[in-house]
Write a protein that binds this ligand. Structure first.
Ligand SMILES: CC(C)(COP(=O)(O)OP(=O)(O)OC[C@H]1O[C@@H](n2cnc3c(N)ncnc32)[C@H](O)[C@@H]1OP(=O)(O)O)[C@@H](O)C(=O)NCCC(=O)NCCS
Length: 383
């Protein structure tokens, strides 16, 4: 247990992102028996173990944030605290949650280091990471950590019995969480509307009223059918692929960026419509997804496009926590523009000569739709 805070407060520590070269400091701090008993770490940790972990968690594009706190000791900066903020899951339905861990070297405890690391992680989660819920686990007898977490607004949610083995005995653990105190919101415009009446609850694929086509999740066997559909005259011009693109290249285009939601309309086993959402990979754009939809010309004007977009909007609004759906419609694609507008997409601008189509550069209209009533963790918690 750390001693009471003595004398005047020391200068605040410097917080910076951890690198693999901090492996020795991570091993030293988290391997100290007095610290590791409060964590999920095991004895006999080592610098190579931490080097491997840090290498894995600091790969660009990963959502983890690893921080160190440094204090000036004898004229040199020394790492005295480590902390990590990690996405709970990549699953769309859990994307709003992150978990955190923290440890401060025994000799630097009770000097504001833990508080500085917590402040940095809460700020990062609230202001940059698009997270509404921060959660953690803390052993029930870890009084300093419990006090620290309460100070930062974490509340007790559960006590899990015999949660982990600690030095020969099982120890109970509290689960605590803090909701974003002020989740960011976006101002809606007049054009941002809910889906048309009767279009709700469509994430579960259905059959058409006439019964001659059905909607379903796009699966691996559909790729060639989707490629064929996308190459049809009347479709290919309005997408970004060129005619004569071989199926392998189409397959690549369908997977990159990865689609988190992809749906097909089928008739007698043939793919006659396709729509997908690709969620933006950058953490700061994770609230946005790009929509693509197309229907075979022979099947247009039968409600298939509407059914496909209804399913995507429902998925985005009710299952994926997306705030913003965006799409590009090439100039002259009246059907695409009308469909987007029906679902509350508003015109945000036009990119001149943006796409080459049949020897001519055409403009591309950029449209987006904001969620009319995005779910908010803090609002629910207060209710
Ligand atoms: C928990 C821990 C990270 C706190 O770090 P720290 O640098 O000592 O914390 P700070 O000095 O910034 O203190 C911040 C607040 O935490 C609380 N706190 C810290 N130590 C405390 C103690 N011994 N008793 C009661 N409250 C304490 C207080 O609210 C304190 O604010 P205050 O000083 O204004 O009263 C540190 O004790 C630690 O690393 N422990 C071992 C590893 C661990 O338990 N990690 C958490 C696992 S869930």
């Amino acid at each position: 247990m750390n001693p009471p805070r003595p004398g005047p407060p020391p200068p605040p520590p410097t917080i910076r992102r951890a690198t693999v070269d901090d492996a020795a400091a991570f091993a030293r701090i988290n391997g100290d028996p007095a610290v590791l008993r409060n964590l999920m770490q095991l004895p006999y940790t080592s610098e190579p173990i931490w080097r491997a972990r840090l290498a894995e968690m600091t790969v660009p594009g990963r959502g983890d944030l690893l921080l160190v706190a440094e204090q000036e000791v004898g004229g040199a900066q020394r790492v005295v605290g480590t902390a990590g903020l990690h996405p709970v899951s990549a699953l769309p339905r859990l994307r709003h949650a992150a978990m955190l861990g923290i440890s401060v070297a025994v000799e630097a405890q009770r000097q504001g280091v833990g508080g500085a690391l917590m402040q940095a992680m809460c700020d990062y989660a609230d202001r940059w990471m698009q997270v509404q819920r921060l959660q953690l686990d803390v052993y029930v007898d870890n009084t300093p950590a419990l006090a620290l977490y309460r100070r930062f607004g974490f509340e007790h949610e559960a006590t899990q019995r015999a949660y982990a083995l600690r030095d020969g005995a099982y120890v109970d653990s509290h689960t605590m969480a803090r909701m974003h105190p002020q989740p960011p919101s976006a101002a809606l415009q007049a054009g941002d509307a809910a889906p048309p009446a009767g279009a709700a609850a469509a994430a579960h694929p259905q059959a058409s009223a006439s019964g001659n086509w059905t909607l379903g999740t796009a699966d691996d066997d559909d790729v060639d059918g989707i490629a064929t559909l996308m190459a049809l005259p009347g479709v290919v011009e309005n997408l970004l692929l060129a005619p004569l693109t071989p199926p392998d290249a189409v397959r690549k285009a369908l997977l990159e960026p990865p689609r988190e939601c992809a749906i097909v309309a089928r008739s007698e086993g043939r793919v006659i419509g396709y729509a997908s959402l690709a969620v933006q990979a950058a953490v700061r754009r994770r609230h946005a997804a790009t929509l693509v939809a197309c229907v075979a010309p022979a099947w247009q004007r039968r409600g298939i496009g509407g059914a496909l977009v209804t399913a995507l909007v429902d998925w985005a609004d009710r299952w994926a926590g997306l705030l913003r759906l965006e799409l590009g419609v090439q100039d002259g694609n009246a059907a695409g523009l009308a469909l987007a507008r029906r679902f509350g997409f508003a015109l945000e601008g036009t990119q001149r000569a943006a796409v080459l189509r049949e020897g001519i550069f055409v403009d591309q209209h950029l449209l987006a739709r904001l969620h009319p009533a995005p779910p908010q963790a803090s609002a629910r918690a207060q209710a």
